[in-house]
Ligand binder design. Structure first.
Ligand SMILES: [Zn+2]
Length: 286
């Protein structure tokens, strides 16, 4: 039986073909390379799967080498193919949001020709599926839309550049703006709670997030001319009730022709989005 594995900064999530789910806490060892790799190996190959899809947060080549993972630094330079080639179980490796996009297409939107997934969480990731094929670019690093510059000399992004889309549309982006307005350091969840109670600063921070979200989505509509944009990730889920008007807003500010073709929708996948995508990708490619 095939399984999908999503390697994140705090948890490794597993989804088996029969629907069984596992969630392994790994944050406590994520700075200890040997322990981390050993545990990862155990999780990936336990119970002798017939194949595995592995989704990793970070810049990952098509051959399975992680070039840069900002949230799981012990994986920087780690080569899955080299390290696990002797195990004899076939596997595929890819970026978590790219594979997540493949899962969106495979499970929920197989009638769509150009599907773009925008996942907003700690960072902003995206993935593109064109006619059932995952588009990953030449090296596997395409669709880093989170780091397209939306404001020259704007807010500092986790990547070190200024004015990236992610610097505005991410948990840290919204938390930073709320802190600037209120002086308080709160999590995105706490900000959402305050906004529900009508807190002015929380609502202002959310409005700014929405403005930049719409702008980046408009850019995406103009660049890709997709028939489907799926919004997903933890931050989208947290602020979901404030985002109902986003699809309409994006269509309003976009050119009429691409706006007339696109459906903007919210992901039905839960926190296992990456694992689900890795599973789908392994099913098709192994
Ligand atoms: Zn950036």
């Amino acid at each position: 039986m095939i399984k999908g594995v999503d390697v994140g900064g705090s948890f490794v999530k597993v989804l088996w073909e029969d629907g069984r789910k596992e969630k392994h806490f790994i944050k406590d060892i994520k700075h200890h390379k040997e322990k981390f790799i050993e545990k990862l190996k155990g999780i990936i190959f336990s119970e002798n799967p017939s194949g595995v899809g592995i989704a990793v947060a970070g810049f990952t080549s098509k051959e399975g080498k992680v070039y840069h993972s900002p949230n799981i630094k012990v994986l920087n330079g780690f080569d899955f193919r080299e390290a696990f080639s002797d195990i004899g179980i076939p596997f595929v490796v890819g970026n978590d949001v790219s594979l997540g996009a493949f899962g969106e297409w495979f499970y929920d939107h197989r009638d769509k020709e150009v599907l773009l997934l925008i996942a907003v969480g700690t960072g902003l990731g995206s993935g593109l599926v064109v006619k059932g094929e995952l588009f990953t670019g030449v090296c596997g690093s395409a669709l880093e839309l989170g780091h397209h510059i939306i404001e020259k000399d704007g807010e500092l992004c986790n990547c070190g550049r200024k004015g990236c889309w992610e610097a505005y549309c991410s948990s840290y982006g919204i938390e930073r703006e709320f802190k600037r307005l209120s002086g308080q350091e709160l999590s995105d969840h706490a900000i959402a709670k305050l906004a529900e109670q009508g807190d002015e600063n929380a609502l202002k921070a959310i409005q700014r997030f929405k403005d930049y979200l719409s702008l980046g989505l408009m850019n995406s509509v103009h660049i890709f001319n997709p028939d489907c944009i799926v919004l997903g990730g933890g931050v989208i889920k947290t602020f979901r009730q404030f985002l109902e008007d986003i699809p309409e807003r994006v269509k309003e500010i976009s050119e009429d022709l691409p706006a007339s073709c696109v459906e903007i929708t919210f992901s039905k996948a839960d926190e296992f989005m990456g694992a689900r995508g890795a599973l789908a990708y392994a099913k098709v490619n192994l």
